[in-house]
Design a protein around this ligand. Structure first.
Ligand SMILES: Nc1ncnc2c1ncn2[C@@H]1O[C@H](COP(=O)(O)OP(=O)(O)OP(=O)(O)O)[C@@H](O)[C@H]1O
Ligand SMILES: [Mg+2]
Length: 600
């Protein structure tokens, strides 16, 4: 089974470093070891190159140049040609090593980001409907994408850029303490200043990063919402309107970006000035020492080159640190939403729901979408296994809410819902989804082939089962009439099919799913004539041998069911068969007369 192969993440670390660590741990430690090793090697070679350069100058300054005398050189041979070869060697290694590392990091990045995407998507799909209703799919999609990229960039900064710099500074400090100890305090003070200022600057820029992140998400969410509703935009000729509506949101993002870039530039200038002051101070001190005869010319050249190298790193690391803090902020923003704990979780040790007869019972159910929007206050209803029940009532009575609760899409405040005596809050949520099939009023299909859409009900079904389901649902005829048949792609949300065809694909899907409990929410409300006859026929077949709860406004579609329940303002006001309810001469009879008067 597909589900068995992919582990479902139950939790996602909610802080950036824990999030990053969670993914590194899963088979990426070797990649990190390679990155750190190459970063350190490059730093060692870069620092070594400056010392070899100093040695070269010392060797040339020796009067006359002597290849046999050990002079003051640290290298085993003082021949300038040999030292020059060493300098060139040192000079050539870092760019090549960095290119190789770049190629490696490209692969590492693709692999890591793919894993993050997969796992984050798996976790996000475990959220309850309220999450998607509140956040919007555009923003969620944006956050999934951003979290993967930001996590990679955080890793790259920590294990490549920062490591390389730290290694370089450490080596410089060790070398300086051996060769020019008077310069060590200057080194140490500047590095400390730089680190403190970077962190302080990042904290100062933090709010700008946060507002930029929020503005980008809002803009992205809006764009996806507009594109997803392109048909509405088109039918109301509101393209310019949408552009105008988007403008302030885009402006807000642009302004947030400018503030962020400005704050980065100011920090960049400050850090650049520190880097310059560092070079000048080291140079000044070194010059004094050289004039006093405490430093050789070569060592002075080494120290200046090293200082320039570190200053270059300091300045670019400043920029990178600010970019890192931007990515870090974005990751915080993404995780605040996507890594939120799931609203509906299985109780520890929950077992699978086992359905034998398919009896459903609502016991003293209290539910409201919010404190002020109560829908049910103590609803009780019992449906025996295999019964076919119609649910009617005015708009807003709570019919759809009742079946959403039956699928445990929202947590209720009090009471219980039992299926064959098992409280659905205590069984595995996924097993409940397996037990209940729903054909909604306007089913949406995936932008995939019609075959894939039907097989969604049971991905491992064979061709014979697929065809049987399609035939029972009266889909087969219109599918084979198309040139690509079952492989025809149905368009976004199934828009290349008619409403009735979409409905029949959804029914075929439910046939394949073969769940013991069936829910129909206005499954035939928007259809008429031939399409409705086909669908009614398909639904009758689908209902066979299952417990059915069918919501309908048009009473003619449910009048033949075993029992009809009339719901009003979250309360059951009448129940019984069609004839019993007519005899009662109450709410149902009034509805019936109203519809018989011209709506059937
Ligand atoms: N996700 C939601 N968040 C907040 N309130 C909601 C939500 N969904 C529905 N409601 C509210 O709950 C009440 C019951 O809605 P419900 O969809 O159950 O009515 P219904 O009986 O199915 O109506 P209709 O016949 O129009 O489909 C309504 O007042 C509705 O506005
Ligand atoms: Mg409804």
């Amino acid at each position: 089974m597909i589900n068995a192969r992919i582990s479902k993440p139950q939790r996602l670390p909610a802080t950036p470093l824990a999030f990053v660590w969670h993914f590194l741990r899963q088979g990426h430690m070797a990649g990190i070891a390679v990155t750190v090793a190459i970063s350190v090697i490059v730093a060692v070679v870069e620092a070594g190159g400056t010392f070899a350069f100093g040695e070269l100058i010392n060797a040339l300054a020796a009067d006359p140049p002597d290849s046999t005398a050990p002079a003051s050189t640290l290298l085993p041979i003082a021949d300038p040609v040999f030292i020059f070869a060493v300098v060139v060697g040192f000079w050539m290694v870092p760019p090549i090593a960095l290119r190789l590392l770049g190629a490696y990091l490209g692969r590492f990045q693709s692999d890591l980001r793919a894993r993050i995407h997969d796992e984050v998507l798996g976790y996000v799909l475990g959220h309850a409907p309220r999450f998607f209703l509140d956040e919007g799919s555009g923003s969620v999609g944006h956050r999934i994408r951003t979290s993967a990229l930001a996590a990679y960039l955080v890793i790259e900064f920590l294990f490549f850029r920062l490591t390389r710099f730290a290694a370089l500074v450490l080596i410089a400090l060790i070398m300086a303490s051996a060769q020019a100890p008077r310069l060590v305090p200057v080194f140490a003070i500047f590095v400390a200043m730089f680190v403190i200022l970077s962190f302080w600057g990042a904290r100062l820029c933090w709010p700008y990063g946060r507002s930029l992140s929020a503005a980008s998400t809002a803009q992205s969410g809006r764009k996806v919402d507009v594109v997803a509703n392109w048909d509405t935009v088109l039918s109301f000729a509101r393209a310019s309107f949408e552009q105008l509506q988007l403008r302030p949101i885009s402006d807000r993002e642009a302004k947030a970006k400018v503030r962020w870039v400005d704050s980065q530039s100011i920090m960049g200038i400050v850090l650049q000035m520190i880097a310059m002051a560092f070079v000048v101070t080291i140079g000044w001190q070194g010059l004094a020492d050289a004039q006093a005869g405490e430093l050789t010319v070569g060592l002075f050249a080494t120290i200046m080159t090293l200082a320039l190298l570190i200053a270059g790193h300091l300045a670019s690391l400043g920029d990178q640190f600010l970019q890192f803090s931007e990515q870090y902020t974005q990751l915080v923003d993404c995780l605040e939403v996507i890594a939120r704990p799931h609203e509906i979780i299985d109780t520890p040790g929950a077992s699978d729901l086992t359905v034998v007869r398919g009896a459903v019972e609502f016991r003293d159910l209290h539910f409201g979408y919010s404190e002020s929007a109560k829908v049910f206050s103590g609803l009780s209803l019992s449906i025996r296994g295999g019964a076919r029940v119609g649910l009617v009532g005015p708009s807003g009575a709570g019919k759809s809410t009742l079946i959403k609760l039956m699928r445990r899409q929202f947590p209720w405040q009090q009471g219980s819902i039992l299926i064959d005596g098992q409280n659905i809050a205590d069984v595995k949520w996924e097993s409940l989804h397996h037990a209940v099939a729903e054909v909604p009023q306007s089913p949406t299909l995936f932008h995939r082939s019609v075959r894939d859409n039907i097989l969604y009900g049971r991905p491992d079904a064979d061709e014979a089962a697929l065809l049987a389901a399609a035939k029972s649902a009266h889909c087969h005829e219109f599918i084979v009439a198309r040139p690509k048949g079952y492989d025809a792609v149905v368009g976004e949300r199934g828009m290349k099919l008619s409403g009735g065809e979409r409905q029949r694909v959804a029914i075929a899907r439910a046939f394949l799913k073969n769940a013991p409990i069936l829910i129909l929410d206005e499954a035939t409300s928007s259809l008429d004539g031939e399409a409705e006859n086909l669908i009614q026929d398909a639904l009758l077949k689908l209902m066979d041998g299952r417990t059915v709860i069918a919501i309908a406004h048009r009473l003619s579609t449910i009048m033949h069911l075993d029992r009809i329940i009339v719901l009003d303002a979250g309360r059951i006001v009448e129940q019984g068969s069609h004839t019993e309810l007519l005899a009662l001469n109450g709410a149902y009879a009034r509805l019936w007369q109203h519809q018989a008067g011209g709506f059937i």
